[in-house]
Write a protein that binds this ligand. Structure first.
Ligand SMILES: *[C@@H]1O[C@H](CO)[C@@H](O)[C@H](O)[C@H]1NC(C)=O
Ligand SMILES: *[C@@H]1O[C@H](CO)[C@@H](O)[C@H](O)[C@H]1NC(C)=O
Ligand SMILES: *[C@@H]1O[C@H](CO)[C@@H](O)[C@H](O)[C@H]1NC(C)=O
Ligand SMILES: *[C@@H]1O[C@H](CO)[C@@H](O)[C@H](O)[C@H]1NC(C)=O
Length: 376
């Protein structure tokens, strides 16, 4: 028999399957088919739980699943609790190979890393962020305790579906959520989301006796055109852009786009760059590194190559009489693209009147920007 010993300082080499034997005097327990590798926690709402059987090219993707015995999924049963639980109330899917969105992410990571990837799914459709936050995180954002029952109530899912997992050593987390906050504490999301990330990091670090990194990587899928990450407030995070992948005709509703492969692949690129420090992985869209403003035009220089289709209204500028104080007549207008290069886009500012200046610039600023992008 091969005897393998592991510790925090000297972890077991990734791989398997192994049999793990525990013996106390003459009582012996054997765990079979055990893999060593990375565990990622997958949280959020229905899009994270989206079955591969519903995505585009479902049958091919399901066939491919058989070739990935080292990518495994575990799923917590939907449960809520008023107090912090130390164990899951139930397990929906024990470690096995049923493909869900997060499985696609694990598969793409496996393709690169070639060692076992475990995915712990703990998500609930239609839930806002508040039930997934501890009272600490909510308090930080002035989100007061609300009495009541149901999966939307503050901290109830944290208590029942996240807290019991704290003893696990995780490599990182991915998150596909936000839809249920479009009309619920929406203005607080810029506080609650980073606060939840900080709090989960602290709690998993403590719960695992220091084995889970205090700054573990946290990736998420874009649900609105929200800024950029990583940024100084949200370090070691990554975002899979999704605004160019709309699916208006999805039989599951346009809130459930069926292209999950691209979303998962983009998450895996972020994980490779942020969690594994791989260099030269393009995991972010073009970022404006310089903006040159002249009386006639704005020239934006990006940090990477851009592919431009001239459009009349994807860029908008804010024309204002005053840059500093509030101008009641200030307004947003589409700024036509005049020229472009490998890494540059030049916009005409002649749409502002001669007495106005450009006070701000925005791109694809719509409720449904993907529509505009796809119609270009
Ligand atoms: C683990 O145990 C099972 C059943 O006892 C056995 O069939 C299998 O060969 C063992 N695997 C290893 C890697 O030792
Ligand atoms: C983690 O494990 C320790 C001891 O094994 C236990 O006391 C603690 O309650 C566990 N924490 C959670 C969140 O399960
Ligand atoms: C969040 O957004 C609101 C505006 O909606 C702003 O007033 C507030 O300063 C922002 N908070 C943070 C932490 O960025
Ligand atoms: C589905 O398969 C076709 C043909 O192989 C491919 O062109 C397309 O990109 C796939 N769609 C997704 C979302 O992966």
């Amino acid at each position: 028999m091969n005897v393998i010993k592991g510790s925090v300082e000297d972890p077991v080499e990734a791989g398997g399957p192994y049999n793990v034997t525990a013996a106390v005097q003459n009582i012996i327990a054997v765990l079979t088919d055990v893999l060593f590798g990375d565990i990622w926690l997958c949280g959020g709402q229905s899009n994270m739980l989206f079955e591969v059987s519903k995505i585009f090219n479902a049958s091919e993707e399901l066939k491919r699943a058989a070739h990935y015995p080292h990518v495994r999924t575990f799923m917590a049963t939907l449960a809520q609790s008023k107090t912090e639980q130390t164990d899951l109330i139930d397990v929906q899917i024990p470690w096995s190979v049923p493909p869900l969105l997060c499985w696609l992410f694990g598969r793409d990571l496996y393709d690169k890393l070639q060692y076992p990837i475990g995915l712990v799914e703990s998500c609930w459709g239609g839930t806002p962020i508040e039930p997934w936050c501890s009272p600490r995180a909510l308090q930080h954002c002035g989100l007061l305790q609300e009495p009541g029952d149901g999966p939307k109530v503050n901290s109830l899912l944290w208590n029942a579906m996240i807290h019991p997992l704290l003893n696990m050593t995780i490599k990182g987390a991915t998150w596909y959520q936000g839809e249920a906050n479009t009309n619920y504490h929406q203005k607080k999301y810029n506080c609650s989301f980073p606060a939840m990330i900080d709090d989960w990091r602290m709690a998993f670090h403590q719960g695992s006796g220091g084995q889970t990194a205090l700054d573990f990587p946290f990736g998420f899928v874009q649900t609105a055109d929200t800024g950029f990450v990583p940024n100084p407030r949200m370090q070691k995070t990554f975002m899979a852009v999704a605004m160019d992948l709309p699916d208006e005709k999805s039989p599951y509703g346009s809130i459930h786009p069926r292209d999950k492969q691209d979303v998962a692949f983009r998450l895996s690129l972020g994980a490779r760059a942020v969690a594994h420090g791989e260099q030269d992985v393009a995991f972010r869209g073009p970022f404006p590194s310089q903006i040159l403003s002249t009386p006639k035009y704005l020239k934006i220089t990006y940090d990477q190559k851009v592919s431009v289709t001239p459009s009349e209204n994807i860029f908008e500028i804010y024309c204002s009489e005053s840059e500093s104080s509030w101008d009641p007549k200030a307004h947003w207008v589409p700024a036509p693209i005049m020229q472009w290069g490998l890494t540059t886009v030049q916009l005409s500012t002649s749409v502002c009147s001669p007495t106005e200046q450009v006070a701000a610039l925005r791109y694809a600023w719509r409720n449904w920007p993907s529509k505009v992008i796809n119609e270009l």
